[in-house]
Design a protein around this ligand. Structure first.
Ligand code: 13P
Ligand code: SF4
Length: 358
């Protein structure tokens, strides 16, 4: 997590800046074109009193040339809550921009793509959360931040991959023995394992019904069958094969990967926690089981670490956000994010708990 950053203001200086970071991953003619766009983005940013927040999954040229702050969902939510600029351009996906708008409602929040979805956010609706809560009355509920604001308005806590374990431990410390954890099946299972909880998934046969709980289970997590379409691609076989091919490799997994993949890896954490892990090591070879752009972003800042490159595991939603779309977003004030005020107010307690824990 980092920022605030400043960037060169002329095209030749920006070109040199990008070349220094990206000469091993992007051809020079492309860097020259990107430098022209980036300089204009930064000029408009000043003119319009805007800041840009860049998620760790942004394409390398964008990541290294325009964001005032870069980081994971939790860090960017914290930055957006305190942002003073009139406009926040969120280079990430829609649920992140909605979180920013909810935390700082007097700012204009722009998402550079009209799409910017997320398979996890699409996996659950507010009506389904209400149905689940009616099935388990009085059970505290947590949602992963990767969902839309209407869902956040229905639960007691929001968490990110950066503080999911802490949020669950915080609830258990209050004496609760059951927790509803939505919507990511794998994140829930990974956190259940870390906190010694059994996990069950309610079944839907027309209407939702309770799942049988393992006999003698002291603490039970009630999950949901949402998955990240990107992290779902990694298998234990991929990890085994990579270790055979690169015997000295350290494997890092995002906790949206399946519990078996996480178990087969050397470390699991949020995108920023993975970056920190690599940066705190002096050297070595790493494979990141996450959205593939991040490997390039780390490699460009840490030439002495060897990142094993993936380029086919790209999030189609993050991929919607480019430097060019960011320029159009600033030029035309698009696409403005709005959140219904009633929904926003109902989501504030759970969001504030997310910012406070971990
Ligand atoms: P982080 O909060 O770890 O940045 O993850 C966000 C995300 O969407 C991962 O796929
Ligand atoms: Fe959603 Fe997965 Fe893309 Fe992250 S990587 S934004 S969880 S689809």
């Amino acid at each position: 997590m980092s920022g605030p950053f400043t960037y060169p203001e002329t095209v030749p200086a920006m070109h040199a800046h990008l070349r220094e970071r990206l000469k091993d991953v992007v051809p020079d003619f492309e860097l020259k074109l990107k430098a022209e766009v980036a300089v204009e983005v930064n000029r408009l940013k000043r003119e319009k009193n805007a800041i840009i927040l860049g998620h760790n999954y942004m394409e390398p040229a964008l990541f290294h040339s325009v964001p005032d702050y870069t980081g994971d969902s939790l860090y960017l939510a914290r930055v957006s809550a305190k942002a003073q600029a009139q406009t926040i351009v969120f280079c990430g996906v829609k649920f992140m921009a909605e979180t920013a708008k909810s935390l700082n409602p007097t700012r204009k929040v722009l998402l550079p793509s009209a799409k910017g979805g997320c398979s996890l956010a699409e996996s659950i609706t507010a009506a389904e959360v209400r149905e689940l809560k009616a099935l388990y009355p009085g059970v505290p509920s947590v949602t992963y931040v990767n969902c839309y604001q209407e869902v956040k308005a229905e639960v007691d806590y929001v968490c990110t991959s950066g503080n999911a374990e802490e949020v669950v431990k915080h609830i258990l410390a209050q004496g609760h023995r059951k927790i509803i954890f939505l919507p990511d099946e794998y994140l829930a299972a990974n956190v259940a394992r870390q906190t010694g909880m059994a996990i069950v998934y309610p079944e839907r046969n027309g209407k939702l019904s309770k799942a049988a709980e393992p006999a003698g289970a002291e603490k039970v997590m009630i999950g949901w069958r949402g998955r990240c379409e990107v992290h779902d691609k990694f298998t234990v076989g991929d990890v085994t094969n990579a270790r055979k091919q690169f015997p000295d490799v350290l494997v890092l997994a995002h906790p949206e990967c399946s519990p078996d993949v996480v178990k087969a890896s050397d470390y699991a954490g949020s995108t920023t926690q993975m970056i920190k892990f690599v940066e705190e090591m002096k050297s070595g070879r790493y494979l990141l089981l996450t959205e593939c752009t991040m490997g390039d972003n780390i490699a460009s800042r840490n030439p002495q670490r060897e990142m094993i490159r993936l380029c086919s595991v790209r999030c189609p939603h993050m991929n919607e956000i480019s430097l060019e779309e960011t320029l159009e977003s600033l030029r035309h004030d698009r696409y403005e994010i709005t959140v219904d005020e009633d929904v926003r107010l109902r989501s504030m307690t759970s969001l504030e708990r997310m910012l406070a824990i971990g």
